[in-house]
Design a protein around this ligand. Structure first.
Ligand SMILES: [Zn+2]
Length: 214
């Protein structure tokens, strides 16, 4: 079952203190109703009962899908989960990930919920960024972020969000997956114990490949 805690929170606007319910862990297999609230970010959304100011608050939360065998852990720091426990899950075929902020947590949930390999998504996001800047589709300084935007008929949709508009780039999923599988020495995730697989991870891999060449 999902585990919740009650915390006191002081409203930053009116300074009144009120109780908020946070989810230490959610099990979407045993508690399927909570799933949509995670995917929409609703479990991080709070409204002050006194002045009705609303907030997005990040707190450590472990998302567990027993059917699809994955756990996504939202936590800025890599502490709080016993290693022997996570080792047991890895042995039974689980994929474990850690995310450092709400947006990457929600994006990761969507990627895994769509049954995709997140390395393919990070690779495609990086490629989309290079393509966008190299082909002068827009200014690099206008880019606010690059996000996973859905999956349909083997096509990965990557959204480049900019100050004024943005662009959606289509990437053939299977082609990138084979590229990754053909270079498993590079893309293999060595530490399976809640690694952070994000843009920093993909950049570190390309840098490593570059240094091997030179
Ligand atoms: Zn308030």
């Amino acid at each position: 079952m999902s585990k919740t805690s009650l915390r006191k929170f002081r409203c930053m606007k009116c300074q009144e203190v009120y109780d908020i319910k946070t989810y230490d862990s959610v099990n979407v297999t045993k508690d399927p109703d909570i799933k949509e609230r995670c995917l929409s970010g609703d479990i991080f959304h709070f409204e002050c009962p006194h002045c009705h100011e609303s907030y997005m608050l990040s707190y450590p939360c472990l998302y567990h899908d027993m059917d699809s065998k994955f756990m996504i852990w939202l936590n800025e720091e890599d502490k709080g989960i016993a290693k022997d426990l996570s080792d047991k899950f890895i042995e039974t075929g689980y994929t474990l990930r850690r995310c450092e902020d709400i947006n990457s947590f929600i994006e990761k949930l969507q990627i895994f919920d769509d049954g995709l390999d997140d390395r393919v998504v990070e690779f495609s996001k990086y490629d989309s960024f290079i393509d966008y800047t190299k082909n002068k589709k827009g200014n690099i300084e206008d880019i606010e972020g690059i996000y996973y935007h859905g999956f349909e008929n083997d096509i990965l949709k990557i959204n480049i969000r900019t100050v004024d508009k943005g662009a959606t780039i289509m990437v053939p999923y299977d082609a990138v997956l084979s590229e990754i599988e053909n270079h498993s020495d590079l893309f293999n995730i060595k530490d399976k114990n809640f690694p952070v697989i994000d843009s920093k991870w993909i950049i570190s891999i390309f840098e490593e490949a570059q240094s091997k060449k030179s």
